[in-house]
Design a protein around this ligand. Sequence first.
Ligand code: FES
Length: 574
Amino acid sequence: MKEKKSRGLAKGLTNYGDPAFSLYLRRSFAKSMGFSSEMLERPVVGIADSRSGFNNCHRHFPELVEAVKRGVLAAGGLPLEFPTVSLGEVFLSPTSMMFRNLMSVDVEEMIRAQPMDAVVLVGGCDKTVPAQLMGAVSADLPAVQLLGGPMMPTSFHGERLGACTDCRRFWALHRAGKVDAAGIDEVEGNLATTAGTCAVMGTASTMASIAEALGMALPGSAAIPAVHADRLRAAEASGKRAVELARSPLRPTQIITEKSVENALRVLLAIGGSTNGIVHLTAIAGRAGVEVSLKKLNDLSDSTPVLVDLKPTGQHYMSDLYAAGGIGAVMRELKPLLHLDAMTVTGRTLGELLEAEPGWVDRAVVKSFKDPLSRQGGLVALFGSLAPNGAILKRSAADPRLFEKEGRAVVFSSLDDLAARIDEPGLEVTAEDFLVLRNAGPKSGYAMPEAGYLPIPAKLARAGVKDMVRISDARMSGTAYGTIVLHVSPEAAIGGPLALVRSGDRIRISVKERRIELLVSEDEMRKRKAAWRPPVAPPVRGYAKLYMEHVLQAEQGCDFDFLRKASAYLGGKS
Ligand code: FES
């Protein structure tokens, strides 16, 4: 049998030393699944399916994947779904962040190793979309990102609740003694009640918005609720588009460029998106060889208004954003700031897409460019002696009264230390102090968990304190809020200045000046550095060893050094 042109099932044959035999064997085994010869001639669309019993956010994926398949079949393709790692945010230990790069490798390698002409990436929960986009960019096969869509909020005792800003709000009330054990039990069953991703502008919603802003997801698809029929129609359309891409390739590296990354940064700022968004976007862009600098973030932040009024910083939920016009409505307002010639997965430029009729826009949810919620973006990077390589503050979720402030450090040396002492009645702390957590960064052994939202010490919470300056090398859930300085780099576990802070030291932050300074003399810092020892022994085997040896700092997206853009996948012949 003559080998077919290298597409569809004839791509990337298993090597038996006889290509014709390989193809014959592959087709024979494919026929065991009941496919006709005619079906096996079609372009193949892989569907990267990240459903899992450990991922509540993806529980509707079987229905979604069926809709993708319907779209692929209708357009003349052969849909073949394949499972990948799934990352259910609250089911992973020490944190899902440790496994984002693992999932990206899985996605990349399965796209490359299996015979497909295009791929639909089906993801939703926080780390799954960045992992899929990172893998797809590295594989550089035509790809469409299909988002799982957000959960619906639930009516409860006369108010709407949605994961997970309200989860945190009720937990804070419980800690402050205002909601009893029975009350918190009842709330627990009413926070996350449908399929889909967290209902607010948390990390999953931020990454969905970024996927659309980058041009990798179909226009209008980011905010469609998981349970809305439009979500299934978006799935069908994604399948159809993937077949078109299989016939006329447009690769992720033609879509994810300096221009589209800058557009995505603008959207991240305008939606008041999650601090995690900057880490993930940096990692995705890095796979395409595009650098994201925190100084650039500050420049963009100064000139990008916040337009979207969603929790955790505002009032509404993602389903409201969909009804209000979605990310398209946001981007139409941002048009003067965007690179309109950026290419999208549709084959049309962003500018062409935004020329379409805007439809009705609910100005309670999506503000106009002229009348924004805030004239400046939601995220800023701070630099200084405590964070020479930068730190992030979500100013739109913080208390402006704490923006220009000097305070006394109250230091916790690890997450275990924090858990053991934060609620001790004897803890020496006032509302004016700065809580500092160290050894919670990428190489800390905890893999940079979302622990930057340090709880207000119980005795202060009971006294009515709602916010304090909190500083760490950890991350923070996109659903959280407060005056919280995150991603301090270099991190404590590799001996950054954060490792050397002691309780009683003075720290000064200035959001206006973008500064964060540890007010300790250079001499004293040198002495402390000389006495410093790494807090954790390196892992000796397995993925943990690979992770620890290769993970980069937050400002480089916490990707692995060997996964950033390289000139070739395989080394040349020696
Ligand atoms: Fe999956 Fe929040 S837990 S998006």
